[in-house]
Design a protein around this ligand. Structure first.
Ligand SMILES: NC(=O)c1ccc[n+]([C@@H]2O[C@H](COP(=O)([O-])OP(=O)(O)OC[C@H]3O[C@@H](n4cnc5c(N)ncnc54)[C@H](O)[C@@H]3O)[C@@H](O)[C@H]2O)c1
Ligand SMILES: Cc1ncc(C=O)c(C(=O)O)c1O
Length: 311
């Protein structure tokens, strides 16, 4: 018997919501995707069509009976639900308001999972009437393609919830990674350590953006997609790690703020794909073409990585 709830609700249908909803629906759940405006829902319906095409392309199996419905009525979205996944913007006060709206409408036993990228669960739960029911469930982007989810209990989280969520994640064939609570959780701490060094190298003019992307993609991403950092140390030799880290660690960037050149770009409206330019410039049609290339690459890589042993 599957531990996936019959009905699940995803709150927030932006970048993450449609892929999360589609993943649960393909595993057989009835999913309600909720947002606050008709415009957001229209964008989500269109994104959901693309996500479904991608899942077909990776050969993701479909359990009969699953479905996704879209709407702006919170009562309808929450009726009878067993699992709520919050995916609204990364703002503490907004998330706390959303939890209050949800708690007023559902029974005490309904799980509320948050897809926060790293706000501590304990902090978010402080304003809740039943803080034990809140748990971190951090999907990686794109959520329908990255089959790993971080599960993070806060200090108040009912620990039985951890086991329940692990079973739910396994029910749709993703790998659950249970962690102790720490700002940014594990994935983003590692990613942001890499990004901090990358941005410092760019700011200092050590390498071009194109050179950096090629170096990190092949020298780090390709290898780490197969072995993982712990096994990599065995492959390289712990003695080599000691030799290099003894002089290199003290050279690495330790800045605590966002680099100034990134702040300048943001102030100039350069946000990346969503504004037509960011780290790179994009002409007419380039953003759509790049998005397609990325998805095609992720589909091919996932097929390959799924077919080789976990070393
Ligand atoms: N984008 C990523 O790569 C990524 C990856 C992992 C986790 N996350 C996290 O997931 C969450 C959502 O991120 P996103 O990138 O999908 O955000 P987004 O801004 O793309 O989408 C958020 C959606 O929430 C909706 N929304 C705003 N207020 C709402 C409310 N009160 N009730 C319901 N919906 C509301 C917005 O209309 C929007 O459609 C954030 O906490 C983010 O940190 C993002
Ligand atoms: C830059 C960046 N920041 C946060 C997240 C997720 O929380 C991601 C992601 O890809 O999942 C990301 O790329």
């Amino acid at each position: 018997m599957t531990s996936l709830p019959t009905i699940a609700t995803v709150i927030g249908s932006g970048t993450m919501g449609p892929g999360i909803a589609a993943t649960l629906a393909r595993a057989g759940a009835t999913v309600r995707l909720y947002d606050i405006s008709d415009e957001a829902i229209a964008r989500a319906e269109s994104a959901y069509g693309i996500v479904t095409g991608v899942l077909e392309a990776v050969g993701s199996p479909t359990v009969p009976g699953g479905s996704v419905s879209f709407g702006t009525d919170l009562d309808e979205a929450l009726a009878g639900t067993g699992l709520i996944i919050e995916a609204v913007p990364e703002k503490l006060e907004l998330k706390q308001k959303v939890f209050a709206d949800i708690e007023a409408r559902v029974g005490d036993d309904v799980i509320i999972a948050t897809n926060t990228s790293g706000i501590p669960i304990t902090t978010m739960a402080e304003s809740m009437s039943h803080p034990g029911r809140l748990i971190g469930m951090h999907w990686s982007n794109p959520p329908h393609l990255i089959p790993m989810i971080e599960i993070i209990p806060g200090q108040a989280t009912d620990l039985a919830l951890v086991d329940k969520l692990v079973e739910i994640v396994k029910a749709f064939n993703y790998t659950p990674v249970v962690e102790k609570e720490i700002p940014g959780f594990v994935e983003n701490r590692v990613l942001y350590a890499i990004l901090r060094e990358c941005m410092a190298l760019l700011e200092e003019g050590i390498v071009t953006p194109e050179g950096l992307d090629a170096c990190v993609k092949w020298g780090i991403g390709y290898k780490l997609s197969v072995v993982g950092p712990t096994r990599l140390l065995d492959m390289a030799g712990l003695d080599i790690y000691q030799a290099v880290s003894s002089y290199l660690n003290k050279e690495l960037d330790v800045s605590t703020d966002t680099p100034q050149f990134i702040k300048d770009k943001i102030a100039a409206g350069q946000l990346g794909f969503k504004s037509g330019g960011g780290m790179y410039e994009y002409g007419e049609g380039d953003v759509d073409a790049k998005r397609k290339e990325i998805i095609t690459g992720l589909i091919a890589a996932r097929k390959t990585l799924s077919s080789i042993p976990n070393v």
